[in-house]
Design a protein around this ligand. Sequence first.
Ligand code: FES
Length: 115
Amino acid sequence: MSEFVAVARVEDIPDRSGRAFDVAGRRIAVFNLSGRFYAIDDTCTHEEASLSQGPVMGEMAVCPRHGSRFHIPTGQVRSLPAVHNVATYAVKVEDGVVYVDPTPRVHAGRIHGGA
Ligand code: FES
């Protein structure tokens, strides 16, 4: 059963950027892609880097430490050195407030090499 938690107002997360929040014991990054909000694990699956601290390129969060790219809407890892996807979380916006459901949606799969 979903339990949405208010994390921010929409203006707190500028377009093409992310911010991390502690929600129910998880570190969750919320990204704004042209007014659409998505939530993924903030911690890179390679090492302990914060994905919300890196740049956003198109629909990709770029890890600030070694440059792996994660597709924000699906959590899929798209480039090495990280090989595992990140979990995604349901997001809703009501009356200018961004809510996250901290129930992780884990996406199996990994990349097997290549860039
Ligand atoms: S810590 Fe993210 S790619 Fe290495």
